[in-house]
Design a protein around this ligand. Sequence first.
Ligand SMILES: Nc1ncnc2c1ncn2[C@@H]1O[C@H](COP(=O)(O)OP(=O)(O)OP(=O)(O)O)[C@@H](O)[C@H]1O
Ligand SMILES: [Mg+2]
Length: 299
Amino acid sequence: MGAASGGGDTTEERAATPAAAAPPPAGDRPPVVQFTNVSKTYANGLTAIRDITFTVDDRSDHGEFVSILGPSGCGKSTILRLIAGLRPQHPATTGTVLVGGKPVDGPGSDRGMVFQDYTAFDHLTVLDNIAFGLECRGVGLKERRDQAREWIGRVGLNVDKDAEKYPHELSGGMRQRVAIARSLILHPRIILMDEPFGALDPGTRYNMQDLLVSLWRHLQATVFFITHSIEEAVYLGDRVFVMSPSPGTILKQVPVPPPDRPAKDMQREPEFLDIVFGLRTALDQLEVAAVAQRAGGKS
Ligand SMILES: Nc1ncnc2c1ncn2[C@@H]1O[C@H](COP(=O)(O)OP(=O)(O)OP(=O)(O)O)[C@@H](O)[C@H]1O
Ligand SMILES: [Mg+2]
């Protein structure tokens, strides 16, 4: 999703921001996320990622959408966990991970996560699941429920029919909509998504991709999106990271065009399929090299 797609101004937010608190110009702001020579070796001695370096700039008017592709076990989730600060007692082994110019020392509400497994509390209704983060922030009952109702609509659920349902009464696609609303209601500046649509059927997946594009445009957040689908990575991303097999490094950073048409249309177009084909060839070659390496051959 490039500049063209994210060109809308954050007028509402600017109107609400006093002039004195206006953010400094983009060039003066630290990158949203910056990895410098980051490696991570777990306690069992396994090196999951090696020498990862990348920068995602703070572009204020629109966040960048970064898709991450790579073979299973190459360290994609490890990268997301380091950004999220989920295990602050186990930071990067070497190198630096900066978020907003500061080392990550734990989770924060500036970063929201959405996983494949539809994270939600089973004992809470859709409405209360979505309002949960606001409750933790101390937002009053009426205000948080009003906002949650708004988000129910925004993620394509029905306020009248779905608000009082429990997660077990929902389809996978609906539960993932709840998980997205739960996270985005807090307006994170960075959205970390780990194979969020991996368990959905193709039709639902297209719908969720379109939904994500429209929410991303609304929030202007930076997104890191892990997927095993090359089509999904190319459709959603501004930039696609292609990772090597374990221990993962970033082999390529491929800029791709923004999703300015519905997912199911754009993903059939020849130009789109050419990019996908190029990436698929590169990934297939990586797999072959990885197999040869494991077998003791030269890669
Ligand atoms: N807490 C941990 N302790 C030890 N090893 C770990 C830990 N977490 C992950 N690993 C290992 O690190 C490597 C990278 O794991 P990671 O989950 O980041 O990969 P991934 O690219 O997300 O894989 P997948 O596509 O299967 O989700 C794997 O070999 C995994 O077994
Ligand atoms: Mg993973």
